[in-house]
Design a protein around this ligand. Structure first.
Ligand code: DLL
Length: 439
C-alpha cells in the first residue's frame, strides 16, 4: 500500500501540477527580477521580461545558471530576501575551492523538511518509527535535511551524525532504530560491522534512505541483504535545497521529483537544447517556492532521464533515473564532492605543475583516493626524508581544501602518463554508474 505525506499533492493529476508550477514559476520570476540584480541583468540581456513567463512552457526562454555563477556571486549575490529574513546556511564544495553557500528562510527550511518527510513516508515511515540519521550534520545538508523530515513525520529522531560505528550500533540496538539514513557506502559498511559482531538478530531496521553519492543496483541488493531492509534512493543537491529534491517509492524504479517545489528539465549539455521526456541528458532544476536562494534553470551536471509514465505507487510526480554520470568531472569520494580543479589549485599553490593523476577506488566499502604528482626537474627531493615531508605537506593542504585524506606520491618528472589529447587526470575504478532504472 502506498503511503503519502501530502496525498493531495503527491497524487495530483499531471495537468493540475503543471498549472500549479506555471503559477508558482510566474511568481518566482517576478520575485527574482525584482530582488536579485544578477537575474535582472541576465533577463535583460536575454530580452525576457517577467510578464513573458506565464506557464511551464515559457521556462525555456530563461537563461541557465551554473556553478560558476554561484562562485562569482559568492557569498551574497544571489540572495532573494534581506539577510534579516535568512535563518540558516548550508554548504558544499565548489569547483575551485570556493564553497557553494545556500541560504534559507524559515519557510524554505519548512518546505525542505516537507520534501524529506515525503521521502521518509514513502519508505514506510510513521510516527511509530525510530529514524537513525547518520548523514553528517553541520554544513552538509544530509543530516539537517533528514532530521527535519523525520520531525515532520513525528518519528523519534536520532541525530547521530557520521562516524563512530560502535556508538552507531549501540544506539541502533538499544533504541531499536527502524529506518536508517546515511550514504550507501556507510550503510554497506554498517552491514559488514553488524555481520562481524554477530548482532544481526538485535537489529530492528526495516528500511534505509540512502543517497548523496552514486550507487548501483548490486550495492542495493547487498545492503538489503546484509541489513535485512528495503533500501530507498534519495537525491538532492545543496544548491536546490539538499536531500529530498526527489526520492524513491516502494516501486524502486526512479525517484519522484517534488514537482510542487522544483521543475526539472533535461537538456543537451553541449547545446543547451531542451530534450523530450525519456531522453538522456543533463538535469536542470528551477526552484519555484524557495525565496532566499531561488535558483532558476540551474545546471546540475548530473546526467539523467525523466519519465512521466504512471507509477504504480499512485504518485503522479515525474520520476528521474538515478544519475547515470556527470557532464563535468566532479566525483563524490567518501561522500565529499571532489573536482580535479581543486587538486590542481593546491598543487599550483604549493609550487608544483599540473602533472598529476588521481586514482579513485573502492576497497571493501570505503573509497580510496591517491594522487601521483611529479616533482619539478629543477627541484627534486634531496632524500627520502625530504620526499616524505613534501608528501606530508601536500596531504595536509589537500585535506584542508577537500576535507578528506588523499594519499600523495611524489614521482619523477615525466612519469605521469601523457596522452595525445585531453590529459587523463582521473582514473575512477569504482564503476558507480549504470543504465537507467526507469521502467
Ligand atoms: O549530496 C545532498 C544529499 C544528502 C542527497 C543526502 C541525498 C542524501 P551535495 O553535497 O550538494 O548534496 O551534492 C550533490 O551529489 O549533484 C549528485 O551528483 C550527487 N548525488 C546526490 N544524491 C545522489 C544520489 C547532497 N541519490 C551531488 N545518487 C549531486 C547519485 C547523488 N548521486
Amino acid at each position: 500500500m502506498a503511503n503519502y505525506f501530502n496525498p493531495e499533492i503527491e497524487t495530483m493529476p499531471v495537468e493540475e501540477i503543471k498549472k500549479l508550477q506555471g503559477e508558482r514559476l510566474a511568481e518566482q520570476v517576478k520575485h527574482v527580477y525584482k530582488n536579485v540584480e544578477f537575474y535582472r541583468n541576465k533577463m535583460d540581456e536575454a530580452g525576457v521580461k517577467p510578464e513573458d513567463i506565464k506557464t511551464v512552457e515559457d521556462l525555456a526562454k530563461l537563461p541557465f545558471i551554473e556553478k560558476d555563477d554561484l562562485r562569482d556571486q559568492y557569498p551574497y549575490g544571489l540572495l532573494g530576501v534581506p539577510l534579516s529574513e535568512c535563518v540558516r546556511i548550508q554548504s558544499t564544495s565548489g569547483t575551485t575551492g570556493r564553497r557553494v553557500v545556500a541560504f534559507y528562510t524559515q519557510e524554505d527550511i519548512d518546505l525542505w523538511d516537507t520534501c524529506c518527510a515525503r521521502a521518509i513516508v514513502a519508505a514506510g515511515g510513521t510516527n511509530e518509527d525510530v529514524v537513525h540519521v547518520c548523514y553528517g550534520y553541520g554544513l552538509f545538508t544530509g543530516g539537517p535535511g533528514l532530521n527535519g523530515g523525520s520531525h515532520k513525520v513525528g518519528s523519534l529522531t536520532l541525530p547521530m551524525s557520521s562516524g563512530n560505528t560502535d556508538r552507531q550500533l549501540q544506539f541502533m540496538t538499544d533504541l531499536g532504530s527502524t529506518i536508517l539514513c546515511c550514504t550507501p557506502s556507510y550503510a554497506a559498511y554498517l552491514g559488514e560491522a553488524i555481520k562481524e559482531k554477530g548482532i544481526k538478530d538485535q537489529i530492528k531496521l526495516k528500511a534505509g534512505i540512502f543517497g548523496a553519492e552514486a550507487w548501483t543496483e548490486e550495492m542495493r541488493h547487498n545492503i538489503e541483504e546484509s541489513l535485512g531492509i528495503k533500501a530507498y534512493d534519495i537525491y538532492g543537491l545543496t544548491e536546490i535545497s539538499g536531500p529530498g529534491v526527489s526520492f524513491e517509492c516502494s516501486e524502486q524504479k526512479g525517484m519522484h521529483v517534488n514537482e510542487d517545489h522544483f521543475i526539472p528539465e533535461i537538456i543537451n549539455p553541449k547545446t543547451g537544447e531542451v530534450l523530450p521526456e525519456g531522453e538522456k541528458g543533463e538535469l536542470v532544476f528551477t526552484c519555484i517556492t524557495k525565496k532566499a536562494f531561488p535558483l532558476i534553470r540551474y545546471r546540475t551536471r548530473d546526467i539523467c532521464v525523466l519519465s512521466r509514465k504512471q507509477c504504480s505507487c499512485g504518485r503522479t510526480h515525474i520520476r528521474m533515473s538515478k544519475p547515470l554520470g556527470r557532464s563535468d568531472d566532479m566525483m563524490v569520494v567518501k561522500g565529499v564532492n571532489v573536482f580535479p580543479s581543486q587538486i590542481e589549485t593546491v598543487l599550483l599553490n604549493d609550487g608544483y605543475e599540473a602533472n598529476y593523476q588521481l586514482v579513485v577506488d573502492r576497497i571493501g566499502n570505503g573509497d580510496t583516493i591517491a594522487c601521483d604528482v611529479e616533482w619539478l626537474p629543477e627541484n627534486p627531493p634531496k632524500d627520502a626524508n625530504d620526499k616524505a615531508s613534501r608528501e606530508k605537506k601536500l596531504v595536509a593542504d589537500l585535506k584542508s581544501m577537500l576535507g578528506i585524506v588523499v594519499e600523495v606520491h611524489l614521482v619523477a618528472p615525466k612519469s605521469v602518463p601523457r596522452s595525445e589529447g585531453k590529459a587523463v587526470r582521473v582514473i575512477d575504478k569504482r564503476n558507480l554508474y549504470e543504465e537507467s532504472n526507469l521502467k
